[in-house]
Design a protein around this ligand. Sequence first.
Ligand code: HEM
Length: 536
Amino acid sequence: AVAPVAPVAPVADGPSGGPGVDVGSRLTTNQGLRIADDQNSLHAGSRGPTLLEDFALREKIMHFDHERIPERVVHARGAGAHGVFRLTRSLERFTRAKLLTDTSATTEVFVRFSTVNGSRGSADTARDARGFATKFYTSEGVWDLVGNNIPVFFIQDAIKFPDLVHAFKPEPMLELPQASTAHNNFWDYISLTPESMHMIMWVMSDRGIPRSVRMMEGFGVHTFRLVNAAGNSTYVKFHWKPTLGVHSLVWDEAQKLGGVDPDFHRRDLARAINDKQYPQFDFGVQLLAERDVAKVGFDILDATKLWPEEVVPVVRVGQMTLNRNPYNYFAETEQVAFHLGHVVPGIDFTDDPLLQGRLFSYLDTQLNRFGSANFHQLPINQSHAAVNNYQQDSAMRYANHPGNVNYEPNSLGGDATEAPASKGGYVSYPEIVSGPKARARSATFSDHFTQATLFFRSLTGPEQQHVIDALRFELGKVSAPAVKHRMLALLANVDGRLVHEVAVGLGLPTPGGKVATGVKPSPALSEDRTPKSPHT
Ligand code: HEM
């Protein structure tokens, strides 16, 4: 079993106040005035009322009263680290992005690992997907790769996301977390959403309870596009492969750790960096020529499908090392703002309807989180490439474009913002789109079970048993019989033995469906040959 680890010593780099903060030994007000007494407010007489005049008291209390900002609506609980990314193999044939072509460059990064479901104060080891978001501070601007530790997602279209999240967040009447009580809402929603079955297999597997964030894979999930200097496009999926291998807890450990040490993952990450056991991840790409899309057998715009790695191998082209803990949780890990729309020339989008919706959601929610449009000026979010435009003002703005010209086009202030493609300006890939407007889903998105079956059958015997046990545990907490029956009907489409074992565990009859074939362990879906931990 994994024992809780000792508290983390102060980070090796030593405390620093961060940008603009002097951590001297003298207390001051926010105006820099030295404070003589920070423990007693200003009274009329030693036992009399406090005076309105006490500016130091009012400043201190006012600031405290406003310390909180809204937590993220999803992925609220996270832990971050700084690091560097080095490219080992140029992708020049496929992209003109400098960070993916210049093998001599070192790109600074900030990574935030998170759970999806829990609130900011929830336990690290809960069964859940994990966020794996990376901000690359490239010479051409910020690129954010906002991924998860699971290569597929629950839903195919972003319009379903609010319902999915409502169903898995605490139920609305008593705000009881679904994970510890009824489970009704989540499984009700899932039982009516067959497209989620592939993701459900992953979340119910050992992948849903990682041993450490240092031992997780990361996936960009969507199909993206790389575009080279000649303007040619190649489809791409992005991957992170931990050099420590992929390791998980077992459910019993995860539950106990959730009580004994709810900070298990963030402590583990910080301690490893503090001890110079720097977490490392290989960066890989799956590349697919436009003419080869049929090879993967599924619609590449469907985020509930992966590209089997034995069909489209993952080519490792770089490595990320996380080597510095944040100086301050709030300033960096809480205030970092990731967004899929942060791209650099040579990286572009596809029409995946989940991806397209995400392109709206992140900036929108961050406006709510920060209360101002200027969060890009926070140090953790600042581009390391020069920022130059005429956007101005709004709350908490601390720098505007200098000079007397704040519009374009202009002839008085110089050609401030125009950078044609030939000079590195971002140009969207000129994909040709056509067709009638329709609220419809392509028929190519309709196979919800083949990859769920492939995944389940690729697991070893003990790993399959963990999925069965997880489903028995989860569905065993559902009090609505109709939900259990619908879930069994969906599982029957995945694997005959799986549904039978789960039904037996629930004391319910097994519905008909796919007959279990000889269940033999196979590495079918993964090229990962790193040793498995005894915990998986
Ligand atoms: C946050 C990944 C789908 C909306 C996040 C974060 C990650 C992530 C890693 C945490 C970022 C951080 O650490 O700050 C994913 C993946 C998805 C997905 C891999 C599917 C492939 C969606 C969809 C929507 C959405 C479909 C909405 C339409 C959000 C929002 C946040 C968030 C609102 C909070 C952002 C913030 O407050 O900064 N997502 N997400 N996500 N995601 Fe997603």
